[in-house]
Write a protein that binds this ligand. Structure first.
Ligand SMILES: Nc1ncnc2c1ncn2[C@@H]1O[C@H](COP(=O)(O)OP(=O)(O)OP(=O)(O)O)[C@@H](O)[C@H]1O
Ligand SMILES: [Mg+2]
Length: 438
């Protein structure tokens, strides 16, 4: 099945986050002042496992419901979406390429040719390229160049990070959207989308590990010098914490979910009034209400939190050992809201940690140590506070990503830098070539 694979020129952009626990559609309108969020709709998801579609009809049903919600709220007929993809089938690698410039000024076409040559690598038939992301340009041996356009040189080299997905997983996601009556403009790696919502350009520059803890998986993405450099998927998410509570306290899953969110913490409480001995009411499988000491819940959640953070630490160590400095960690995704998780992460990872909210205006809890300025970022306006949650970072990020892909001829209002736009255009252009070869 086809997807359009090029920047839209509409001023309305729809992000569709197909997650393990919920499917979320967000409609944004590009305005002179950034992006106005027109509508948000989320519907429970039952057709995914660990971030990957395993039941097309169930997923299509949830997509239809989420899209119907935003259609109703905006009065718009939604036919095109930017959709996120994740899961352990995602594999990425580095590549490089070079082209001759003959001593004149580098043009956008030269950049395209260089990226094209870096992308000309063997890809197994069962894999599909999702993104070709430049990480560095080198002009006549001068490295570390971010935007070579306009510079004079003889030989332009580019290093790229190529993100691929399993063809079957990509096709299944596209099928779900098609069954829901939607055309997919582009498929976007979820942590790439989330970064647009929660990281500042400064953070992307200085070396930040973004950890998106969803329901089924935890996606890790490293940003350094503005670009995505590394991704990994860990097979633990919020559902594992809920399962532990369900099994440990013999509670039905929905009740375990409620108890986890309401009373759960990965850290024992230090306050005198609540030393964990206070009892909380839970409803058992037989419908009976029982009182249990709150510390039981912590005792269940703490080791799972430690296990997850130890895995994150291994990834961070591997990144550091490859010579890339990491300055901090931003946690996002619904499960990052588990009480005490950010403090535990700081202690285990030995790095500053904050929780990434999509809207970082002053009313948002600030976390620690980072500039929360949206300077140079697309301003997100009109996001209701109930949706200003790490759970919605991917869906809002998809809208922002889509807005940056708006046809540059039409575009006159975005604050994203020229180079971002070149790369978005490039990525679409490259994908067009790949699809025409298939
Ligand atoms: N306040 C909270 N405290 C603890 N956990 C929470 C809270 N709110 C949401 N969660 C957990 O967040 C998880 C869902 O997060 P999210 O919506 O980001 O996942 P998803 O996008 O559906 O899944 P995935 O990204 O893994 O495909 C659930 O496990 C839920 O229990
Ligand atoms: Mg998610």
């Amino acid at each position: 099945m086809e997807r359009r694979k090029k920047g839209s020129n509409s001023t309305v952009v729809v992000g569709l986050d197909v997650g393990t626990t919920k499917i979320c559609a967000i409609v944004g309108e590009i305005t002179g002042g950034g992006i106005d969020i027109l509508a948000v709709s989320a519907y429970p998801s039952n057709g995914l496992k660990k971030g990957v579609v395993i039941d097309i009809e169930a997923t299509a049903h949830s997509i239809r419901k989420a899209i119907a919600g935003v259609s109703e709220d905006t009065g718009l007929e939604i036919t095109e979406v930017y959709v996120g993809i994740a899961g352990s089938h995602i594999k990425s690698f580095n590549s490089s390429g070079a082209v001759g410039i003959k001593g004149r000024e580098v043009t956008h076409e030269d950049v395209e040719r260089a990226i094209d040559s870096a992308s000309a690598v063997y890809i197994p038939l069962d894999r599909e390229i999702l993104h070709v992301l430049p990480t560095e340009f080198i002009l006549d041996g001068q490295d570390g160049i971010k935007d070579p356009v306009g510079m004079a040189g003889v030989r332009l080299e580019v290093k790229v990070y190529i993100v691929t997905g399993a063809v079957t997983s990509v096709q299944n996601l596209l099928k779900c959207c098609e069954r829901a009556g939607l055309e997919v403009i582009d498929i976007v790696l979820q942590p790439l989308a989330s970064s647009h919502a929660v990281l500042t350009p400064y953070e992307r520059e200085m070396g930040i590990v973004l950890v998106d803890i969803g329901g089924g998986t935890t996606d890790i993405a490293l940003y350094r010098d503005e670009w995505l450099r590394h991704t990994a998927v860990l097979g633990i998410g919020g559902n594992h914490f809920t399962n532990d509570v369900s099994i440990g306290l013999k509670l039905p899953f929905p009740e375990a979910e409620r108890v986890k969110k309401k009373y759960g913490s990965v850290l024992p409480s230090g306050t005198a009034e609540d030393d964990g001995r206070a009892e909380v009411d839970v409803v058992a499988i037989d419908g009976q209400v029982r009182g249990i000491p709150r510390k039981y819940i912590t005792e269940i959640l703490h080791p799972r939190g430690e296990e997850l953070l130890d895995l994150v630490k291994q990834e961070v160590r591997a990144i550091q050992q490859s010579g890339i400095a990491v300055s901090g960690v931003v946690l996002t995704g619904g499960a990052s809201l588990l009480s005490g998780f950010d403090r535990m992460a700081e202690a285990i990872l030995g790095l500053p940690v904050r929780i990434g909210y999509p809207d970082r205006s002053p009313r948002t809890p600030a976390g620690n140590g980072y500039s929360l300025s949206r300077t140079e970022m697309q301003q997100v306006n009109g996001l209701k506070s109930e949706y200003n949650s790490p759970m919605y970072a991917t869906a809002i990020g998809l809208v922002l990503y889509g807005a940056e892909s708006v046809d540059p001829v039409e575009e006159k209002f975005l604050s994203s830098d020229l180079f971002n736009r070149i790369v978005n255009t490039m990525t679409g252009w490259f994908k067009k070539i790949v699809s025409s070869k298939q």
